[in-house]
Design a protein around this ligand. Structure first.
Ligand code: ARG
Length: 471
């Protein structure tokens, strides 16, 4: 039996064992919300005093006590004990031990059910902004890399088979747009957390004449929860954050997979900086892209965090259930991992070497101009299906002969089809192939330059959104 006196001790003759105390505790996970817990309690105490529910003297004693606890935790001077169960009780117990009766008045009109919802929402608002800043920096670096290598041509793939040549910048900027959508999802998670639950008490509201709007104003929330039962059992904002992290990680994982492939000798498109590589303990020649691999690997855990939380919530009756204490560990892990991965990827891309010659060589001298040749025949009046057949047989023949489209002379082109000749030489030139794809959102240099302008506009707008919320 635990020797600790519980705050609900009045109704009990015996307490759970020390083992059960530990099993039931969330302190190791929720202690990181200590600052939010104290902010929330100070706002609550001030409001209680304004409403005449507690005296101004009590509110002052509470605020002074909590401020001291804040400084002590910040400076690593205060230790919690697992028997406190969670950060809410740890702080309240410490306060009451120090200031006596006034501390005992803090929990008036409040429950840990609305308190934990408040703390988690405050915490999430801060963390989503932190992730958005890291994500913004990564997009800036992607755009810079694209601009620096605006002329570089590489093979574009479908089915990981060479398809059509593209600008390396175009390929990189595909990730810019993925991350821009991730920013939209992260902002949605931020906004979902921006609703103030305090005052819902255990589930039904409270008999005290509280003023919820003033607490929301004090704590910087945009609105107040409309239904006390929903407010204490809603964890959608955590799902939103976990989902935003998951999709971001899936995008980073795809980028990592490409960087890993591209740095393999067989591709040789990029060289990872030494600072983002590791060696082998046995094979002296090895240079491994560990950090890209790890980011790809950690994505699995973040996906698990989302699925785990969905599974916890599925089938829970209203309102609060202790199951919900399991909501934080996975989401905190998802936030930490995604933030770190964004920082790692920014550094990796800022230092990667781009091997333009290897990329161009891989794009040139194959069959990637085949679509353009077929288009050429279509322009000369041939139906596309027939043109596809003519060029397809040409590719088959050349492959057998060990030659490529670039090896044919003007006379040989005419033999393929009378409408082809010297102009076929231009049709199969890889730079021309890229340059012809001028459609909006296409890979021609002019289209990619226009795309870069759009990237700059998006960054400017997203930067403004962040600045408006960063103190
Ligand atoms: N530690 C709890 C959690 O994280 C706080 C709320 C507990 N409420 C309760 N009635 N037991 O969910």
């Amino acid at each position: 039996m635990s020797t600790e006196k519980k705050p609900w001790g009045g109704r009990f003759e015996r307490s759970p064992s020390a083992f059960l105390d530990e099993f039931g505790a969330s302190l190791p996970v929720d202690s990181r919300m200590w600052a939010e817990d104290i902010r929330g309690s100070i706002a609550h105490a001030r409001m209680l005093a304004r409403q005449g529910v507690i005296s101004a003297d009590d509110a002052e004693a509470i605020e002074a006590g909590l401020s001291r606890i804040y400084r002590e935790i910040r400076d690593g001077e205060l230790e919690f004990r697992i028997a406190d169960e969670d950060i809410h009780m740890a702080i309240e117990r410490t306060l009451t031990e120090r200031i006596g009766t006034a501390g005992g008045r803090l929990h008036t009109g409040r429950s840990r059910n609305d308190q934990v919802a408040l703390d988690t929402r405050l915490y999430l608002k801060g963390r989503t902004l932190e992730l958005l800043r890291a994500e913004f920096a990564l997009r800036q670096t992607l755009l810079r890399l694209a601009v620096e290598h605006a002329e570089v041509i590489m093979p574009g793939y479908t089915h990981l088979q060479k398809a059509q040549p593209v600008l390396f910048a175009h390929h990189l900027l595909a990730y810019f747009w993925m991350l821009s959508r991730d920013a939209v999802r992260l902002r949605a998670a931020h906004d979902a957390a921006d609703v103030m639950p305090l005052g819902s008490a255990a589930l039904a509201g409270t008999t005290f004449p509280i003023d919820r709007a003033s607490v929301a104003g004090d704590l910087g929330f945009s609105s107040v929860g409309a239904n006390s039962m929903d407010s204490v059992s809603d964890r959608d904002f955590l799902l939103d954050a976990a989902y935003a992290c998951t999709v971001t990680m899936v995008h980073l994982s795809r980028l990592c997979e490409e960087l890993i492939l591209w740095s393999a000798e067989e591709f040789g498109f990029v060289t990872m900086d030494d600072t983002y590589s590791t060696g082998s303990s046995i094979m002296p020649q090895k240079k491994n892209p560990d950090f890209a691999e790890l980011t790809r690997g950690k994505t699995g855990r973040v996906i698990g965090d989302l699925v785990g939380l969905l599974t916890v919530l599925k089938g829970l009756p209203l309102a609060y259930n202790k199951d919900m204490q399991e909501d934080k560990e996975g989401v905190f892990d998802a936030l930490d991992t995604t933030r770190d991965a964004l920082v790692v990827m920014e550094g990796m891309l800022a230092t990667v070497r781009v091997n333009a010659d290897r990329m161009f060589a891989a794009a040139h001298g194959g069959f990637m101009a085949a679509t353009d040749l077929a288009d050429h025949l279509v322009n000369a009046g041939m139906p596309f299906r027939e043109a596809h057949e003519v060029i397809g047989s040409l590719v088959l023949r050349l492959e057998r002969e060990g030659r490529t489209l670039q090896d044919l002379s003007a006379e040989e082109w005419v033999a393929v089809h009378p409408s082809l000749g010297a102009d076929a030489l231009d049709a199969v030139d890889i730079r021309s192939v890229v340059g012809r794809r001028t459609s909006e959102g296409g890979t021609a240099p002019a289209a990619v330059a226009a795309q870069m302008d759009r990237c700059r506009e998006v960054l400017a707008a997203d930067g403004q959104w962040l600045d408006a919320r960063t103190g």
